[in-house]
Ligand binder design. Structure first.
Ligand code: ARG
Ligand code: GLU
Length: 726
């Protein structure tokens, strides 16, 4: 007995004094200071400089942040270079928009896949950016220069903005680089990242959706998983190897670094690390925030989306045409909808609110322990609670405005985009035509994926939920009018509205656009969907957003102080900042897990599992014949594991989130073994609270990628430019 407790005690002490692997999204320039020893203990064979070094090529130089023109720093996914000729791999779901945009009825690349058989066949994608991190720097002192605790929040933000502008200008001066300064630890620290951003990114290849999206939304956020979620692009540069807009004269980028690809695969407990651009996490929220989210906001958002998904699904099941039109929309709505549900379960299972409350109690005691601390930290949690009580009804009204209002039925959003036009006056004549051209393009795009009966049902159902779930003081005027006029029969309203509205079909809308004169702005003002859309945005903009934002600013300020206090209270603990779309390093180990009583999941899946799921009757599980044939002939090439199986996916403990999609997963030698693309259902609360027992990132095994490219697609020539180590 005694021995055991002593052992336990020393184990606990050990844990307390070092950083634990698994949890955390670490800053590359600080690895040397905080993580490298721990990483090496966990099996990593290289040095901190091998990952991040501003003086010579290193692994970070092979990692790509994928963004969009206009907002290149909001990385939506991650990619990695796998050749010295700019060849990049990312997820299929990250390339989805690009693949779809090149698809037509004759060439349905989503359905059939696409492989450029030469450089000339690679397809340009307007608006996608690929950034490489050149260097980063802690700029906290400069950003917070002159900032004091008692200054007004708005003055503080103004001063910070001014400093950031100067810092960015200085960093970009005389270079072709772009710099971005972001807040870390809720605004207690600031780091600058300097990027080289390429603008010519071409599609090279994608498997058919039956591989790249195998399992679809049924398997999304789930383990065991069998999705071949990858696509390939090539980054092009000007002749000087510097960023250039798309041009025929551009040449494949010659990168500083690209990843070696390992065929060695993974075993349980192997060290793994992920590099990438995680988007947003909120690990340091208070119990009050968690309560609002899990007890109010998310249950309502889930309820609204369940309704939308049910309606879409019914129509998709009844018509293949509607299925094509709505599958991307369905996936978009379903993704967060499913994650929110897992999150609530996961947080409950961890007793997250109780844990937060215990920490808050400790914080209060600490905050009251000296007069000095008291001045700064005492009472902030009580204030926080008051603000959350105040903001909760506003937050719910905001949820409905967004989920059931602007995004309830898509025509409401479409109608909203005519607002600018309706505001143009006679003296703006020169602006009218460009605006009409823009709207006409939008209209064509919109109605390509539109089914009026589905849309009517969505409008009626979401308006009804809006009006049923909020008291009158939180309802836009027009919704109250409709409720009264139609005696709560929103279906009747939808019927009448679409009979009259110009937003009911492309023909009607184009006719309106083609014949538009400024003097007809009034006509818009009589359109029932335009009126509805306007009413929702007016109400939201004047009655909800101002108060909501004011309170949230106060909460942000308190959260910043709370964060600073938490760090001060636990000086021995190494904190990692919440994700903010900047480059991070995640490390952990390959591992299965126990999802529930008596069930154990293995750490990897194989082609066998795809064949097990095969069912031509079910869209998500309809395996391509060629893949069945390859399975039957066991034609797996060099890509098998030691048991002769064809590996597909693996699970590990890396603490990742949205934005990490496509991230390189590396072994102890820094070689590419997979692509991150998801997390497992039982652990999706890791955005708010991580649990090493059950939180798993899901990766595609690189050997399955090579197998598909080589054996399935017959595009093995692409492998020639890769550096594959056996
Ligand atoms: N859950 C993954 C991630 O958040 C994949 C989403 C795309 N796939 C899908 N079936 N909806 O983004
Ligand atoms: N699929 C997610 C993405 O698009 C990654 C999964 C996650 O949230 O961890 O980034």
């Amino acid at each position: 007995m005694r021995k055991i407790s002593l052992l336990l005690l020393s184990a606990l002490l050990l844990i307390g004094s070092t950083v634990k692997a698994d949890e955390g999204m670490w800053i590359p320039m600080l690895l040397k200071k905080y993580n490298i020893e721990d990483m090496q203990k966990a099996g990593f064979k290289l040095t901190a400089e091998d990952i991040y070094d501003i003086n010579q090529a290193c692994l970070k130089d092979a990692v790509v942040g994928l963004g969009r023109e206009g907002r290149p720093f909001r990385h939506f996914c991650t990619g990695e270079l796998v050749s010295d000729q700019g060849l990049m791999i990312t997820n299929h779901h990250c390339g989805y928009g690009a693949i779809q945009s090149h698809s037509t009825l004759e060439h349905d690349y989503l359905k059939d896949g696409f492989w450029a058989m030469s450089r000339e066949e690679e397809l340009a994608n307007e608006g996608i950016t690929a950034s490489f991190l050149i260097r980063m720097a802690d700029v906290t002192t400069k950003v917070l220069d002159g900032v004091t605790d008692d200054m007004k929040e708005s003055d503080r933000q103004k001063l910070i903005k001014k400093h950031i502008k100067t810092i960015v200008e200085e960093a970009e001066k005389d270079t072709h680089y772009r710099a971005s300064v972001k807040a870390y630890f809720n605004g207690n620290q600031y780091f600058m990242a300097v990027y080289e951003i390429f603008k010519d990114v071409r599609l090279v290849g994608a498997p058919p959706s039956a591989i790249g999206k195998f399992g679809g939304d049924t398997d999304n956020w789930m383990w065991p998983r069998h999705t071949g979620d990858f696509s390939m692009f090539r980054i092009y540069a000007g002749k000087d190897n510097k960023p250039a807009s798309y041009s025929n004269d551009n040449v494949p980028l010659q990168p500083k670094q690209s990843f070696k690809i390992s065929l060695k695969g993974v075993n349980q407990d192997d060290f793994t690390m992920v590099f990438g651009y995680p988007g947003t996490t909120t690990e340091y929220l208070t119990s009050y925030a968690l309560k609002m989210m899990t007890e109010v906001d998310n249950p309502h958002k889930i309820k609204i989306r369940t309704k939308k998904l049910d309606l879409m699904r019914a129509d998709m099941d009844a018509s293949p045409m509607v299925r094509i039109q709505y599958s991307a929309k369905y996936a978009g709505v379903a993704n967060s909808w499913k994650r929110w549900q897992g999150e609530i379960k996961g947080l409950n299972r961890l007793n997250a609110i109780e844990k937060k409350e215990a920490l808050e109690k400790r914080f209060e005691e600490w905050a009251n322990s000296t007069p000095e601390l008291k001045k700064k930290y005492a009472g902030i949690l009580a204030k926080m609670k008051t603000y959350y009580d105040q903001v909760t009804p506003l937050s719910l009204a905001r949820d409905y405005a967004i989920e059931a209002g602007f995004r309830g039925a898509e025509t409401v959003g479409l109608a909203g985009s005519f607002k600018t036009l309706s505001n143009l006056k006679k003296e703006d004549t020169d602006k009218v035509q460009p605006e009409l051209d823009k709207l006409k393009k939008e209209s064509a795009k919109f109605f390509k994926n539109f089914n009026l009966p589905t849309e009517k049902k969505l409008l009626a159902a979401t308006l009804k939920m809006y009006s049923d779930n909020l008291s009158d003081e939180f309802l836009p005027e027009e919704i109250k009018n409709i409720k009264k006029k139609y005696k709560g029969d929103f279906e009747m309203f939808a019927e009448k509205a679409f009979a009259k509205s110009i937003f009911a079909s492309q023909t009607k809308l184009d006719q309106f656009i083609d014949n538009y004169k400024v003097s007809q702005a009034k006509k818009l003002g009589k359109d029932p969907l335009f009126v509805l859309s306007n009413s929702i945005s007016f109400f939201y903009g004047s009655k909800i957003a101002p108060d909501y934002n004011k309170i949230m600013d106060q909460i942000d300020k308190l959260q910043r102080t709370y964060m600073a206090g938490l760090m001060k209270m636990q000086p021995e603990k190494v904190f990692y900042p919440d994700a903010n779309s900047t480059f991070r390093v995640h490390y952990g180990k390959v591992s299965g897990y126990k999802p529930r009583n008596a069930v154990t999941y293995a750490h990897y899946t194989t082609l066998e599992g795809i064949i097990e799921k095969d069912n031509p009757e079910i869209f998500d599980y309809d395996v391509p014949q060629k893949l069945r044939d390859l399975y039957d002939s066991k034609d797996f090439g060099d890509y098998v594991n030691a048991k002769g199986e064809m590996p597909v996916c693996f699970a590990a403990t890396n603490h990742t989130t949205g934005g990490n999609s496509g991230s390189p997963v590396l072994n102890a030698n820094g070689e590419l073994i997979g692509l991150n693309f998801d997390r497992a259902w039982e652990g999706v609360m890791s955005d708010l609270m991580y649990d090493p027992e059950i939180c798993r990132n899901v990766s595609l095994d690189i050997r399955y990628v090579l197998f598909i490219v080589d054996k399935f697609a017959g595009a093995g020539y692409l492998l020639d430019e890769m550096n594959i180590v056996k």
